[in-house]
Design a protein around this ligand. Structure first.
Ligand SMILES: Cc1cc2nc3c(=O)[nH]c(=O)nc-3n(C[C@H](O)[C@H](O)[C@H](O)COP(=O)(O)OP(=O)(O)OC[C@H]3O[C@@H](n4cnc5c(N)ncnc54)[C@H](O)[C@@H]3O)c2cc1C
Length: 386
């Protein structure tokens, strides 16, 4: 067992850290206040090879880095900005997983190079106003006609959708299938210039303000036959496969926020004096810092194990859910502690602690809630997977 990162992975980590501190950090507080998304940063990250870690070279990727490389970069990006972790996920893992595992050669050639370079902004759309954890309860339909499919329905909370060029969309092609989820299909859709697709920003979020989040309305939206990914009826399986990968990215991003909380708290605790000494000298503060550190280390080990297993091609739903659950809870726990260590300044937007708390809460929801991760983990504990 080798816990050391290869020289290449260390270089990637340092590059992502340097980029996040140089390109994202200087504007992050203003951008968060102004809800500003910077598409030019997507292109810059693309140029540096951030988005190609799971994509073969023929489509512009650098697959030697794999999911472990992705996880290492995701942590560094989210440490500086949890907002930026979302576009990172859309460009790196979501649509790419679907196209690589289930798409045909034309679809891969058409979309993967653009997603990797950042020329094309991607998204994936599962959630609907009345369908979240229960994915199979979605209502969006795709009716086959002579020369394509016609989509109707609504998607909700979709990251990047109103700025996206391409979307992976899940919809029912057969509403009578038994079991129900066998009627679900997956489509890769051009988002621009389709009069039946309207994507609008959702501006009511608690945080992650630099990351665009959207609702999409499909009103008789016609897409070509070749927008179908794989076979009709295979959408649910594709969706679950994708979630195993995007969850991993989410877990890595949660480690980034947990670490930011630790680092900023340690710094503040050494600067802030009360009772004539830095508050870092108080044992109770040290206890909090130690616990935050343990959570970071444990969460990162779980993430790296799940990423390594994914890179080996192993099925590791349990390990991914374990990492996602623990890292999300660790990020929220560390953000809570950071708020306490910062005192009143934690409650103020002068310091980032309150942003960490708002942003960390998203990890308990996105890519399957913490409860859903526990449902998955318990199903393995109870031997329901043979
Ligand atoms: C910032 C942000 C970005 C997002 N980006 C995307 C995106 O890009 N694409 C996309 O498709 N979706 C996206 N989502 C949606 C997200 O994935 C869903 O919100 C999430 O899956 C939970 O669904 P829900 O909100 O409908 O909650 P619900 O499913 O309604 O759950 C409500 C509560 O009930 C609990 N619950 C539900 N079922 C069970 C159960 N069986 N056992 C125990 N408890 C249960 C949940 O844990 C939760 O506490 C995003 C959401 C946010 C906030």
């Amino acid at each position: 067992m080798d816990f050391a990162l290869s020289e290449e992975l260390q270089m990637v980590r340092d590059m992502a850290k340097d980029f996040a501190e140089r390109e994202i950090l200087p504007n992050i507080e203003d951008d968060e206040k102004n809800h500003k998304f910077r598409p030019e940063l997507v292109k810059k990250m693309g140029e540096l090879g951030f988005f190609g870690t799971i994509v073969p070279e023929e489509y512009g990727g650098n697959p030697e880095l794999g999911f472990l490389g992705m996880a290492i970069m995701a942590e560094e990006v989210a440490r500086v900005s949890a907002s930026w972790g979302l576009p990172f996920n859309m460009q790196t893992v979501g649509p790419a997983t679907i196209l690589l595992k289930f798409g045909n050669e034309e679809q891969r050639k058409k979309y993967l190079p653009g997603l990797v370079s950042g020329e094309l902004i991607g998204c994936f759309a599962i959630t609907e106003p009345n369908s979240g954890s229960d994915v199979a309860s979605m209502k969006t339909t795709a009716k086959k006609v002579d020369d394509g499919y016609v989509l109707n329905g609504q998607k909700m909370w979709i990251s990047s959708a109103h700025v996206a060029h391409v979307a992976i969309v899940f919809a029912y092609t057969d509403t009578q299938a038994k079991p129900k989820h066998r009627g679900m299909s997956c489509f890769c859709i051009d988002m621009k210039d389709n009069p039946g697709i309207e994507a609008k920003a959702i501006e009511t979020k608690l945080g992650l303000f630099c990351a665009p989040t959207s609702e999409i309305a499909f009103s008789d939206a016609k897409v070509p036959l070749d927008a179908l990914v794989g076979e009709e009826g295979s959408g649910f399986k594709q969706c679950m496969t994708m979630l195993d990968r995007t969850r991993l990215s989410c877990a890595a991003r949660a480690v980034g926020v947990a670490r930011a909380c630790l680092e900023e708290s340690a710094k503040y605790a050494q600067e802030r004096t009360q009772f004539g000494k830095p508050i870092a000298e108080f044992e109770m503060i040290q206890d909090e810092l130690a616990q935050m550190s343990v959570r970071c280390e444990a969460a990162r080990l779980l993430v790296h194990r799940a990423a390594w297993l994914t890179d080996q091609g192993a099925r590791c739903t349990r390990e991914v859910s374990t990492a996602k659950y623990y890292a999300a809870e660790a990020a929220v726990a560390n953000a809570n502690e950071a708020m306490k260590i910062f005192g009143s300044y934690g409650y103020s937007s002068e310091y980032p602690a309150e942003r960490y708390l708002r942003d960390s809460k998203s990890y308990q929801v996105v890519e399957g809630t913490s409860n859903i991760q526990k449902v998955i983990i318990a199903s393995y504990v109870l031997g329901k997977h043979g």
